[in-house]
Design a protein around this ligand. Sequence first.
Ligand code: NAG
Ligand code: NAG
Ligand code: NAG
Ligand code: NAG
Ligand code: NAG
Length: 534
Amino acid sequence: MASLFSCFLLLLLYCSQISRAEESSKTTILEEGTLHIDGNSSIAKIDEDFICATLDWWPCNKCDYGTCSWGNASLLNLDLSNKVLLNAIRAFSPLKIRLGGTLQDKLIYQTAHYEQPCTPFLLNNTEMFGFSQGCLPLSRWDELNEFFKKTGAKLTFGLNALNGRTICPDGSALGDWDSSNAASFIRYTVSRGYTIHGWELGNELNGNGIGATISADQYSCDVMALQKLVQDIYKGKDVKPLILAPGGIFDAVWFSKFIDKASNSLQVVTHHIYSVGAGNDSKLVQKILDPSHLDEESKIFRNLQGILRNYGTSAVAWVGESGGVFNSGRHRVSNSFVSSFWYLDQLGMSATFDTKTYCRQTLVGGNYGLLNTRTFHPNPDYYGALLWHRLMGRNVLSTHFQGTKKLRAYAHCSKSSDGITLLLINMHGGATVNVSLSAGRNKAPALLQVMNDQNPRHEIEREEYHLTAKNGELQSQTLLLNGKELNVDDFGRIPRLEPIRVNPSDPIAIAPFSIVFLHIPTIQVSACSVFTRE
Ligand SMILES: *[C@@H]1O[C@H](CO)[C@@H](O)[C@H](O)[C@H]1NC(C)=O
Ligand SMILES: *[C@@H]1O[C@H](CO)[C@@H](O)[C@H](O)[C@H]1NC(C)=O
Ligand SMILES: *[C@@H]1O[C@H](CO)[C@@H](O)[C@H](O)[C@H]1NC(C)=O
Ligand SMILES: *[C@@H]1O[C@H](CO)[C@@H](O)[C@H](O)[C@H]1NC(C)=O
Ligand SMILES: *[C@@H]1O[C@H](CO)[C@@H](O)[C@H](O)[C@H]1NC(C)=O
């Protein structure tokens, strides 16, 4: 009865998706393809809490191309009493949060050693980054820590790396890092018992950045100094924070030099990516839906993975900041459903190259927030991130899709359950793609190790999460899960994300312009055995 009902639901859902797509394109065709999954061994392993988002310092008068999209999202004035914000972070338990961004390198901490007045960032076009120096009052730091403790967030903090340096007219920053203000700030943090998962040095100061440039040699020395400082301050503590750097746009020459010199002094090499284009680019949607444009990014991930391997370091790669569209994102692109085609594809792609953590610019703030800047209600990418966090396990499997280029596919061992979880992204607006599976090169499609039939039926059903845009409008800010709108309720609670359950023998059908997470408990591969899964 239950399964009859769910079949009926599925049929309904399937039909409604088809008819909606037909309305928009008139001719929905059927594509077929085979997804080959190599289940012998995993090709990469992500952090348990791979999903990360950022909070930034930009004040409300940070504007790009005539729009000011930051509202009150700065760490200095974010509304920490907002229930939706609290619930949105709590839903992950834990969400990694990176505190940082451009203005971190102009931020002073109001510690005992700092005697000037503690003033916020002021707009000033003659100054680097367009703002004056700003200051973080310790009372605000206390409030932030209290809030993050309540939400169960795992924090990394980006320290000001320009302190004490001379900035030349050509942008090069000379001299050693002056760590005194950072040192007293870290000491204060430890004395209050605040848990910081990692301390990161600097933001986009490696030459491809904006504003100032520090040489790889100098940066390596400064990271060593930070490491010494942290070891000293955390002496005798059981858990030591990570050291992260340089938080820069990838550049093979600079990163090679830096990793060669600094990789023994840090645990995480962070890099930033803005691969879609500028906020005023008129072709953003086309670029997001162009598989070859998305594929370009794999070069960066492959290159960095190669450098880390070459130097045989234990340091790992994180994407420390990535917003897709630079200069604060784009309204109705970065905060709409179409963004998920870029974002979820990047999560999948970066994981295959052993990226351990991926920080989205931003949790809130700019046009690219996972949450709405004014209401804190989730934008479509928020739900994609949450589903990823709940469903995609640590072990990454190699996949190859034989069929249309517009179907993108990623596979991981399932998180905290049997089997594997697929992420299937259909960027074709006029075709439903039926996907057959093959779990080994020698096996015929659909010939999978299905668990024996002693299992109760509900255990072997497939769980499917179909994400589509409301009314089939790609640039809608309202997301449908299995055909139903996702909305925060009157109490500010994040909605439950329920799958539909499907008979394992039914074909896997991915509707036009849809994104699907699929948990298949019946596919048992050696890469996901209990011994390797953890
Ligand atoms: C920011 O806060 C101020 C003062 O509380 C308020 O008037 C304004 O509407 C807020 N802006 C946004 C975008 O929420
Ligand atoms: C802006 O910055 C410049 C350079 O630091 C300074 O001389 C000027 O007084 C500042 N302007 C304002 C309005 O604060
Ligand atoms: C976007 O802005 C940049 C710099 O502000 C400008 O050079 C460029 O021409 C603009 N592009 C478009 C498509 O408007
Ligand atoms: C998987 O492992 C088995 C045994 O070790 C081997 O025979 C087979 O070729 C492997 N398959 C793939 C796709 O690597
Ligand atoms: C594709 O999947 C749909 C939905 O499960 C199914 O109705 C249809 O028969 C499938 N087509 C083929 C050719 O398998």
